[in-house]
Design a protein around this ligand. Structure first.
Ligand code: COA
Length: 172
């Protein structure tokens, strides 16, 4: 059986980070959003410049999921004031968890989630929270199955579209 490895993204892997970020975002959302809004999001949020800035931020961590050295998913977590909301010292945000569709249902997302929980415990956080698009039913079910509970909503900007994210939290 192929093993899935979770490893901290290295500075030399920024191009690979952009590739997996764009690929998974397009796979996940292009059929429910306009081409213009997708293009704008990819250009503004997933440019090499933007990703490098995020990567250099000491309050964010990126991890890859690899199978036989192929990058098949990734995770981004934020701490402290880098969290996109709340910014409490005793919480951690999962800003992104994405797996290539070909590998869905093979426990890759769960391994990335477990890594986020491991980091949260190491940092003595009391909770892990995230925002998920209200129309992303698959991901909502995935989080529910893994113990996350809904506790609010906040806006998410995709291009020119202001969408609603459901906020979910796992108490540690
Ligand atoms: C959401 C996502 C990360 C889940 O990853 P995954 O690798 O497919 O999920 P896993 O195989 O690790 O599933 C882990 C557990 O959740 C369950 N699960 C996964 N998807 C599920 C779903 N849609 N409905 C119900 N349960 C689900 C699995 O059955 C498994 O349960 P088990 O441990 O009892 O067997 C993945 O589908 C994905 O990348 N989606 C597109 C991007 C996205 O929407 N990201 C989230 C943005 S907020």
């Amino acid at each position: 059986m192929n093993t899935i490895e979770i490893s901290l993204t290295k500075p030399s892997e920024i191009n690979a980070l952009q590739k997996i970020s764009k690929e998974t975002f397009i796979e996940a959302f292009s059929n429910q959003n306009s081409e213009e809004n997708m293009k704008k999001y990819l250009e503004e949020n997933l440019s090499i410049n933007q990703l490098t800035n995020e990567f250099m931020n000491s309050e964010s961590l990126f991890y890859f999921a690899k199978m036989d050295d192929k990058i098949i998913g990734y995770l981004k977590v934020n701490f402290g004031k880098t969290q996109t909301d709340f910014k409490e010292d005793d919480s951690i945000e999962i800003e992104r968890v994405y797996v290539l569709s070909e590998f869905h249902g093979k426990n890759v997302g769960k391994k990335l989630l477990d890594k986020a929980i491991e980091i949260s415990r190491e940092k003595n956080a009391k909770s892990v929270w995230l925002g998920v698009w209200e129309k992303n039913y698959k991901a909502i079910r995935f989080y529910q199955k893994n113990g996350f509970l809904e506790f609010g909503k906040h806006p998410f900007i995709l291009g020119d579209d202001i969408q609603t994210d459901i906020l979910m939290k796992l108490q540690l």
